[in-house]
Ligand binder design. Structure first.
Ligand SMILES: CC(C)(COP(=O)(O)OP(=O)(O)OC[C@H]1O[C@@H](n2cnc3c(N)ncnc32)[C@H](O)[C@@H]1OP(=O)(O)O)[C@@H](O)C(=O)NCCC(=O)NCCS
Length: 174
């Protein structure tokens, strides 16, 4: 049986009708993301419903770094004494209202983590930016922890991401 969604790089998909309930995230997808991709400041992956071609969700990802003192002591102790550590940043994550609550948000996080682990430039962790307390709770539910100096920025070590975000758990059959 075909999976209901594929996750792929944004290309010539129809972006017009995307609505996640947060207008700036919709506007970013419809009118800004292609410029950012062209300028190499982000990449954008979309979850596309296979049957209809509709964009059900998207995330953006770019290279980043984490100031080492922002990490918990228990993690710092196991790492080399570099002032910062390489990371990937999922700057935006949004699921269209028609597809929320089906596990797609978690599946997109798992997809970003898997790509971070496969990337040729090493990344120690995935960083996310939560826009509000509900988003913080969503990320904490998936095993992310807050950075010490930026409570709306959370991280998940990629080495443990597999366990925390068991890939594909979200792609429940419809
Ligand atoms: C937040 C958002 C990405 C979640 O996506 P989703 O596909 O609806 O969520 P999922 O179905 O993948 O949820 C997966 C798990 O997270 C939990 N969850 C969802 N929202 C949560 C929240 N706010 N707090 C705690 N847990 C939450 C679900 O209960 C589910 O748990 P389970 O796997 O144990 O059953 C989506 O609602 C959205 O796009 N919201 C608008 C934009 C936004 O807030 N983006 C967040 C980044 S700033």
């Amino acid at each position: 049986m075909k999976p209901p969604f594929v996750i792929e790089l944004l290309a010539d998909h129809d972006r017009e009708n995307f609505a996640c309930g947060t207008e700036p995230l919709d506007r970013y997808l419809t009118s800004q993301v292609t410029q950012d991709v062209r300028r190499h400041v982000t990449n954008c992956f979309v979850a596309v419903e296979v049957e209809t071609g509709i964009i059900a969700g998207y995330y953006t990802v770019a290279a980043a770094s984490i100031p080492t003192p922002d990490l918990p002591e228990v993690i710092i102790k196991k790492l080399p004494r570099y002032p910062s550590l390489p990371a990937i940043r999922v700057g935006r994550l949004a699921i269209d209202l028609r597809f929320q609550g089906k596990g797609l948000g978690g599946a997109l996080l798992a997809d970003a983590a898997a790509r971070g682990l496969r990337a040729e430039a090493a990344a120690f962790a995935m960083l996310v930016e939560a826009k509000d307390d509900a988003a913080v709770a969503f990320y904490e539910h998936h095993g992310f922890e807050r950075l010490a100096s930026q409570p709306r920025s959370l991280f998940l070590a990629l080495a443990s991401a597999g366990k925390a975000l068991s890939a594909g758990r979200g792609q429940k059959k419809r």
